[in-house]
Design a protein around this ligand. Structure first.
Ligand SMILES: O=P(O)(O)OC[C@H]1O[C@](O)(COP(=O)(O)O)[C@@H](O)[C@@H]1O
Ligand SMILES: [Mg+2]
Ligand SMILES: [Mg+2]
Length: 352
């Protein structure tokens, strides 16, 4: 089946050329006359912090803010200076904005309780995604998920405000600091992408109503892990090769996801024999992108289960991730299920 890549077309959707992010958010807000506007403001806060982080990234090489920070985070990964700077910038914006009561960040071991019990929202964030690519001038990103707190406003935050499955997200998005900087987000009514015009300091709607091609011929996986993969996954990767797929892997989740969203493809970060739950974090990496993928007509699973239905049990929980074009994610699942069936049959034979 041939599928078409997504080609932006503003005119077809009735958005005038030059629709800024602020204006777009306002237009959407007007569709919900009873909404308080706090979610809109929260999105603006994140967009503003992303401008500042974008500036820091652009001058990192000159301002001596590239390279390692000299500490490890809770995952035992070496923090880069820009990881720390981005974390400070985003948490500061979320604190000052006043709409948020708590933040979960890759760079903080514990939940950050903003001591703002009137804040309606909880944010989970990967302030800088693709850290290993910072110093080599390759695209990196920011990923965020927004949840409504479930306990009454005015009371202290509780674990159930934080440990919500992805299907409870009210908004999610990412910023891609690439050959141009883009902000892509959803509030559950489709996905829209905005390109940042640096000299004007504005984001403009460049990718309205983004749609993931139903299929594609790109597969993105760290094939260095091949020998640690399950037989089913190895078979799927061989299937991609036999069908002349293109292998594309940047090593920055946001950038790999964005490319496949536009062109059609599948991104896989699998569980392996060494790390059965893979590398990526459910709360601030997988959930946001899964929500966006689904809103664009794509799919996201852990190889078996829908990502958005996984009930988190710990803050920095990891999950395997299969995400992208629906047909490819389904196909990968078939290979994994077939393997599970063969293993079950073999176990049955042994028992019998
Ligand atoms: O180097 P690997 O094992 O392929 O991992 C790459 C993955 O790790 C990540 O860099 C993890 O994100 P962080 O940089 O936020 O820790 C993803 O962006 C990327 O997809
Ligand atoms: Mg990341
Ligand atoms: Mg990160």
């Amino acid at each position: 089946m041939r599928t078409k890549p997504y080609i932006p077309d503003n005119s077809a959707l009735g958005y005038s050329v030059g629709t800024t992010l602020d204006r777009f958010i306002k237009m959407k807000q007007d569709d919900f006359p009873f909404a308080s506007g706090e979610l809109s403001q929260l999105l603006r806060d994140i967009a503003l912090a992303a401008k500042i982080v974008n500036r820091e990234i652009n001058r990192a090489g000159l301002a001596n803010i590239g390279g390692a920070f000299g500490q490890t985070n809770v995952q035992g990964e070496e923090q880069q200076k820009l990881d720390v700077i981005a974390n400070i910038r985003f948490t500061r914006a979320l604190t000052k904005g006043g709409e948020v009561c708590a933040v979960v960040s890759e760079e903080d071991d514990e939940v950050i309780d903003l001591q703002n019990n009137s804040g309606k929202y909880v944010v989970a964030i990967d302030p800088l995604d693709g850290s290993s690519n910072i110093d080599v001038n390759i695209s990196i990103g920011t990923i965020f998920s927004i949840y409504r707190r479930v306990t009454p406003l005015g009371s202290p935050i509780q674990p159930e405000d934080i440990m919500q499955p992805g299907n409870k997200q009210v908004a999610a998005g990412y910023v891609l600091y690439g050959s141009s900087t883009m902000l892509v987000y959803t509030t559950g009514h489709g996905v829209n992408g905005f390109t940042y015009e640096q000299s004007l300091g504005e984001y403009f709607l460049s990718h309205p109503d983004m749609k993931a091609p139903a299929s594609g011929n790109i597969y993105s996986v760290n094939e260095g892990l091949y020998n640690q993969m399950s037989n089913g996954l190895q078979s799927y990767i061989n299937h991609c090769k036999e069908n002349n797929f293109s292998a594309r892997y940047i090593g920055s989740l946001v950038a790999d996801f964005h490319r496949n969203l536009l062109k059609g493809g599948i991104y896989i970060y699998p569980g392996t024999t060494k790390t059965p739950n893979g590398k990526l974090r459910l709360l601030y990496e997988a959930n946001a992108l899964a929500y966006i993928a689904e809103q664009a007509g794509g799919k996201a699973t852990d190889g078996h289960e829908r990502i958005l239905d996984i009930m988190p049990t710990s803050l920095h929980q990891r999950t395997p991730l299969f995400i992208g074009s629906e047909k490819l994610v389904d196909e990968a699942k078939t290979f994994l299920s077939e393997e599970a069936r063969v293993v079950d049959m073999a176990a049955g034979v042994q028992k019998g």
